[in-house]
Design a protein around this ligand. Structure first.
Ligand code: UT7
Length: 325
């Protein structure tokens, strides 16, 4: 018995923020953003929209594709660093709105690697017969933690959500492998310093802009390349396949130069690597499910093909999974 993705859906807010518009907000240029990151535009949620609102849209689309009722969902796992609130979990808001009244629901925090961490948990739930049908969601409203005066970070991020529904199957489909890693020694390279129990919200923390994401991008760059390439290799090895068996690599979309360097280390041509960074930028945990949905929708992969999802993010965390669709 394997595990099949019986439904997948994504949701991107309508509002597009272009590089040209960012030029009017901070000291940057379309030329810098394009050549250093590959990003041309990103989507931004409405002020009143929360992460769960984006996730609910993607979850409803996944349910429609799967052609199942919400009551059939046994668990909802939401990967996010931009929960609606500290608690209750964003997963519980989603559970209520989609009517998944029989589902356990919880959030996980593994930043950009969160969706792959979520898939690994779902695989364990299903293989241990704990649950039959599990929904995994990567959803972010990164615009809510973006310092729009900090050019080092505001040009990189966007909002979006992607959901998959997994179920045990007799078909050849399977999550062939998952590989996860972390190194907390590098935690201070990418973080939100304020608002948690370490630095509870005060006028002082707000005035110091501690509730926004901070990143030491160039220190992360090299670690990201090595961790993503190693993770993808590990997932391929654990699946008992070779790179030649993989139809498409779907990497986290943080920087086109990171993706190109990873492809080089894996010795795969760029036409075997999925890219949508130009349209959406980095949407953290939402990036890989959105990209997987697009790759399927665009016909780049079909049933029976093997894809490798690989991600890297705050924590630092990383992970990869080989999936036979
Ligand atoms: O989501 C997963 C975790 N995050 C990542 O994986 C991100 C990894 N890092 C990166 O993608 C890249 O390091 C960045 C895109 C963040 C930055 O690119 P970089 O080539 O590493 O640039 P840098 O930080 O070394 O900065 C080079 C220059 C600096 O100017 P000086 O000091 O050389 O005069 C920056 O101040 O570029 C400047 N700069 C900008 N200039 C125009 C930084 N941001 C901008 C900007 N527009 N938006």
């Amino acid at each position: 018995m394997g595990i099949e993705i019986i439904g997948i859906g994504s949701y991107l807010p309508e509002k597009i923020l272009t590089n040209a518009e960012l030029e009017k907000m901070v000291a940057t240029s379309d030329e810098w953003i394009t050549t250093r990151t590959g990003i041309k535009e990103r989507r931004i949620a409405k002020d009143m929209e929360a992460t769960s609102d984006l996730a609910i849209q993607s979850a409803k689309r996944a349910l429609k594709k799967a052609n199942i009722t919400p009551e059939e969902i046994d668990a909802i796992i939401v990967a996010t660093i931009t929960p609606d609130m500290f608690f209750p979990s964003t997963a519980c808001f989603i559970q209520k709105e989609i009517g998944a009244k029989n589902a356990a629901a919880f959030d996980i925090s593994a930043a950009c690697s969160g969706f792959i961490y979520g898939l690994a948990i779902a695989k364990s739930f299903i293989n241990s017969d704990t649950y039959k049908t599990v929904m995994v969601i990567g959803a972010e409203k990164l615009s809510s933690i973006t310092d729009w005066t900090d050019r080092n970070i505001c040009v990189l991020l966007g909002d979006g959500a992607g959901s998959v529904i997994l179920r045990k199957t007799n078909s050849t489909s399977d999550i062939l492998s998952t590989y996860l890693g972390a190194d907390g020694n590098y935690g201070d390279l990418l973080l939100i310093p304020g608002g948690g129990s370490r630095n509870p919200a005060t006028h002082k923390t707000v005035d110091a802009r501690l509730h926004y994401m901070k990143m030491e991008g160039n220190k992360i760059f090299k670690i990201a390349v090595r961790a993503m390439a190693d993770s993808a290799k590990k997932a391929i090895e654990l699946a008992g396949i070779t790179c030649n068996d993989v139809k498409l690599i779907i990497p986290h979309q943080a920087n086109i130069r990171i993706i190109e360097a990873v492809a080089k280390q894996l010795d795969v041509p760029m036409d075997k690597v999925f890219l949508n960074i130009q349209k959406y930028g980095n949407t953290s945990a939402a990036t890989t499910p959105i990209a997987l949905e697009e790759a399927i929708y665009e016909g780049k992969v079909k049933k029976g093909d093997i894809v490798v999802l690989v991600a890297f993010g705050g924590g630092l965390t990383w992970g990869a999974t080989a999936i036979k669709l």
